[in-house]
Write a protein that binds this ligand. Structure first.
Ligand SMILES: Cc1cc2nc3c(=O)[nH]c(=O)nc-3n(C[C@H](O)[C@H](O)[C@H](O)COP(=O)(O)O)c2cc1C
Length: 363
């Protein structure tokens, strides 16, 4: 059995919902794979080959229709979506595994034509009127009333995911240049009200949403994902601002929500769904120091060897994204050191790729 890894003893958050830490697979602690690409319409092959004891994290469904603006992305706001996800969570649980839903709102990363296709009245918004490079449209800054509405949308989505669709928890998407990340970072947030300017103000939206989510489903079923170093979608602050922003954010988390299920950091070795070469001085070590000994998931650019090394040395859980897609039995392959099916970017997005895997060899 793969397992959730954690140094410094068991987090009570996990005690009733995850396998015991005293499994014999001490060296397998790095091998709990995370799928970032689960989708209710293309889940079968992925889940059929899920290794018992895996922790899966869904791709980010939109918390509400107006929070989206990208094609083929699932949601978690209506009954039909809840029922479709229930089939996914039932299948995962039948495999003896666990699944968190990522909660996603895209803000200025929305494709305006897609957003308007969903509903011509949906506004193209972000924290500020800072354009994404290469875009002609400028987002409208959210009003404070709209920000409060978003906080509630997160809470409702979390409740739908956990209480109705059967997820073990939710992961608040604060990474990769989407709405929450846009608030956190000064490169996308130049507000002058209580949601912008100082570090405290830039972190306010994320902390308010996490409060609402954890009230809706409980701290132990709430997690957060961050990408301090990612440059995807015009992100990445100056080094000193990254340190001060995420130091404040993680410190507040540890004070306010010490029993969060986990903090999930994307390493400087990845951004979005691609690899990246870390620059000198880039490291999430400062986050780990603040959050330890609570559970941390680390993702981005891991090989079997580097995952084992980091997990053994630090006790972190290592997540896999790209490698998991053509290898839904990845924990098994890693544990047995079996060859991996190569990834194929051309099938990462859209609806064809994950289902067309009948030719995968069985192991
Ligand atoms: C097809 C695809 C879809 C992804 N979707 C999401 C997503 O919805 N949310 C997210 O936070 N990351 C997403 N990611 C990024 C991965 O979670 C992960 O951070 C990234 O692939 C780096 O890890 P890796 O080096 O193991 O692939 C996606 C990656 C891929 C390849």
């Amino acid at each position: 059995m793969t397992r959730v890894a954690c140094t410094g003893g068991m987090n009570p958050a996990y005690s009733d919902s995850f396998p015991s830490y005293s499994t014999p697979y001490v060296s397998a602690k790095s091998l709990s794979a995370i799928a970032s690409c689960l989708h209710p319409s293309r889940d079968n092959a992925q889940i059929q080959r899920t290794v018992p004891g895996s922790l899966l994290i869904s791709e980010g469904p939109f918390i509400a229709a107006q929070a989206g603006g990208m094609p083929h992305v699932p949601g978690i706001w209506n009954d039909e979506q809840v029922a479709a996800w229930r089939r996914v969570t039932d299948a995962v649980h039948a495999k003896g595994s666990f699944i968190f839903m990522q909660l996603w709102a895209v803000g200025r990363a929305a494709t305006v034509s897609q957003l308007k296709k969903e509903d011509p009245n949906f506004p193209y918004v972000g924290p500020s009127d800072i354009k994404l490079s290469g875009r002609s449209e400028t987002p409208r800054p959210l009003t404070v009333t709209e920000i409060k509405e978003y906080v509630q949308l997160y809470a409702t989505a979390a409740s739908n995911a956990v209480h109705r669709a059967g997820f073990d928890g939710v992961e608040f998407h604060g990474a990769n240049g989407y709405l929450v990340d846009q608030f956190l970072q000064d490169v996308s947030n130049n507000r002058t009200d209580e949601y912008g300017g100082s570090v405290e103000n830039r972190c306010r939206f994320a902390l308010e949403a996490l409060e609402a989510i954890s009230k809706a489903v409980g701290q132990s079923r709430t997690a957060v994902r961050l990408s301090p170093w990612g440059e995807f979608q015009d992100m990445r602050m100056a080094d000193a601002t990254i340190f001060s922003t995420y130091t404040h954010f993680i410190t507040r988390l540890s004070e306010l929500y010490p029993n969060l299920a986990y903090v999930h950091v994307i390493e400087p070795d990845a951004q979005g769904s691609a690899g990246r070469s870390p620059r000198k001085g880039e490291s999430n070590e400062f986050i780990r120091k603040i959050w330890a000994p609570r559970p941390i998931i680390s993702a981005g650019g891991y090989s079997r060897e580097s995952a084992l090394k980091v997990a053994e040395e630090t006790g972190q859980l290592i997540a896999f994204g790209r490698a998991y897609i053509p290898n839904p039995d990845l924990p098994l392959r890693l544990r047995k050191n079996l060859p991996l099916t190569a990834t194929d970017r051309s099938v990462f997005y859209g609806c064809k790729g994950v289902m067309n895997r009948g030719d995968l060899e069985r192991i």
